[in-house]
Design a protein around this ligand. Structure first.
Ligand code: ATR
Length: 281
């Protein structure tokens, strides 16, 4: 990579941010396409977020990704929030268009494309989503767009799931909030084809499963949004049962590819980005 006076700067706002794989993905793509740009981590604490956003304009940073914990908070500091980010009430991409900051969200589209890449047909399926945080919102949005038949939502804090279901009702497949104590829960898992772990359970060694293993069947497709570790206990249990298992790495790469196109207008190289990120992890 050659840095000179014309190099465009992109980056990622997060806290902590040192473990991010995004610089590896984007820098590999810039290099592959011969684009004079670089992508760097910006460790931004919550108290500094507003000043950091001001800094995008002031220093002519061309665009940033936004990650934990800033995805929702950043909306209030942007000039325009695009549809993809409005519905999710969170942005993971900022585009600096001549000093006007535009907020987008590419997580749902990243999830949808990751499914497609893995050969998973979600249309007309009954699906289960575990979790009701920011990641779960992107998954619900993607499933509604993909034309699933129904979405069963489980969350430790039921109230959050109820709010999510209300917010997304009327925009696609119906969302029903479930508890593991519901009498028909066995039938639900018998009839569902795709199970997604959108909780943070599995990030740490020794985390419990996000649901009892007895619900996982061979016919299921199991998707975990976690990609580090590459195989969570959730996915390992599915693999042992003979289920198809997919981790969150595809979603990471495809949300990055969507961001890359918003910034550069170019079609990003999938394999180059995929391999560069894996090398980093
Ligand atoms: P993200 O942006 O990654 O979705 P988040 O918004 O903090 O992160 O959401 C984390 C999700 O994991 C939530 O659904 C959370 O459940 P609560 O709403 O009850 O907090 C879930 N989660 C985190 N720790 C959990 C645990 N120990 N058991 C069950 N669910 C857990």
């Amino acid at each position: 990579m050659r840095i000179d006076g014309k190099t465009k700067v992109y980056g990622i706002f997060g806290w902590p941010v040192e473990h991010t794989a995004s610089p590896a993905l984007h820098n590999a793509a810039f290099e592959h396409l011969g684009i004079n740009a670089c992508y760097v981590p910006f460790p931004v604490e919550t108290v500094d977020l507003e000043k950091a956003v001001e800094g995008i304009r002031a220093a002519g940073v061309c665009g940033v990704n936004v990650t934990v914990p800033h995805k929702m908070e950043i909306l209030r500091y942007l000039d325009e929030v695009k549809d993809s980010a409005v519905r999710l009430r969170a942005a993971n991409v900022v585009v600096n268009r001549d000093g006007v900051l535009l907020g987008y969200n590419t997580d749902a589209e990243g999830f949808r494309r990751a499914l497609e890449h893995a050969g998973v047909e979600a249309a007309d399926q009954d699906v289960v989503v575990l979790g009701a945080g920011g990641a779960a919102r992107s998954v619900v949005r993607a499933f509604q767009k993909a034309g699933v038949t129904s979405i069963a939502l489980f969350n430790r804090t039921r109230e959050k799931a109820v709010l999510l279901a209300e917010e997304f009702s009327g925009f696609g497949a119906p969302i029903d909030v479930w508890s593991f104590s519901d009498p028909d829960v066995d039938t639900l898992f018998e009839n569902s084809m795709i199970l997604v772990n959108a909780t943070s359970l599995g990030l740490r060694d020794g985390d419990p499963l996000p649901l009892e293993g007895k619900y996982i069947r061979q016919k299921h497709t199991l998707i975990d949004l976690i990609y580090e570790p590459r195989e969570t206990r959730f996915l390992a249990t599915g693999r042992e049962r003979g289920a198809l298992t997919i981790n969150g790495y595809g979603m990471l790469v495809f949300q990055a590819m969507e961001a890359f196109t918003l910034w550069t207008g170019e079609k990003p190289p999938l394999k180059v980005m995929w391999d560069a990120g894996l090398e980093k992890l």
